[in-house]
Design a protein around this ligand. Sequence first.
Ligand SMILES: *Cc1c(COP(=O)(O)O)cnc(C)c1O
Length: 493
Amino acid sequence: MENTTSGAKGLLQKTELLFEYGRLDVSGVDVAPIANPQVRLGNMKRQQNPQLPGLTEPEAVRHYVRLSQRNYAIDLGMFPLGSCTMKHNPRLNEAMARLAGFADIHPLQPQSTVQGALELMHELSFWLTTLTGMQAVALSPKAGAHGEQCGMLAIRAALDANGQQHRRRVLVPKSAHGTNPATAAQCGFSVDEIGQTANGRVDFADFYAKLGDDVAAVMITNPNTCGLFEPQIKEIADAIHAAGGYFYCDGANFNAIVGKVKIAELGVDAMHINLHKTFSTPHGGGGPGSGPTVLSAALAPFAPVPLVVKTANGFELVENASGEAEQAFGRMVAFHGQMGMYVRALAYMLSHGSDGLKQVAEDAVLNANYILASLKDVMSPAFEGYCMHEALFDDSFLEGTGVTTLDFAKAMIDEGFHPMTMYFPLVVHGAMLIEPTETESKNTLDGFIASMRALAVAAKSNDISKFDHAPHLAPSKRLDEVMAARKPVLKYV
Ligand SMILES: *Cc1c(COP(=O)(O)O)cnc(C)c1O
């Protein structure tokens, strides 16, 4: 049986749009009519009630709970999205972020009344610079991409201050996350691509050949987006410095090396840290991100305002580009950044301790290698050898089956798993990038591996019923993603 009279299936309720079943004459609250209202709007007075659909209170609650049940979430199951570090968000962090002294303050409050919040920002800055060995940190960027912009603007400001305005070319590896070239271009640089070797690393010879006195910086992700450590990272740093440029490190994959590697010792000048990846704060719809950017001594003077400093009178926000922030390139945000994320990230760091953070990296790498080793006989690893925190497969194991990476991902939905990252990095054909993170138990990983194996075996034995038109069991089937992106319908008519 496919359909029911009600549209519900079992206990999974049908979900309609508010506009489809809300009524204009219904409201969830009773407001007593105001006697003799004074209208001060003149001819701006509304002629008609707003055409907003109303629901009773229980209907409104059910509407959103039903929608939430259609949504996959990290609290529901494993989220193997590579490059995203989708780890569990500890409840302790949430409890800390809801403390009134952090949650109920206003950015324009007098600084004397928010000393605790400023101290927290100061302490978070201390641990971010300690973990990376870097000189300074700009806390305010609100995402990884925003942090990249912060780092590249600091590089631009440093070049300009040193009379190096002619340096406007930025080297970016082919496998880079799309935000890297986009950031460089947005900051007024031209982008020059560096090739990749057959074993998934930066082609050092190509990089070296592309250096020149117009090069501003190189942007490199380490571990890279193939989930592999870049062994020549120090040589790359030394070469870019010798050529007069800066080294921007994309720190989105910091989870694989947190507590193990001091970024400063690799010769990095600027690196963003995604608090919503490595430090377990929620992603996207679960809450805004945060992308603090650590800076070397060469770039620290150009860090954007605001910054928190400790004085004899307590903690102070330096808000203007004067005094110790004289060379600040400007500011990234209206106020101070994402307070709630700062609290969650610091709670995570302090609850792990330095030994625990090291363990995070070790367990993340172990989990990824467990997946790689458990699936390499039925799927095709993109590169030989161990991986770091994510396992990368290509689609060669599907050759001749008629099943594509997309079909495979859709079949995973029927198995109750959010698909892995697909078709990224672009340098690997039909890429499937799987990042389990350290927070998944062996039990969960074994369940995931069993489903992946079963799908791979089915595809290879030409049993394509699991793939054809998958997902079969999801409330929404294959959506026209191209139409949704190109011609979004944003208004209900
Ligand atoms: C996630 C990610 C980014 C961008 O971070 P956002 O917080 O999503 O803006 C940049 N580079 C890499 C390698 C990433 O994985």
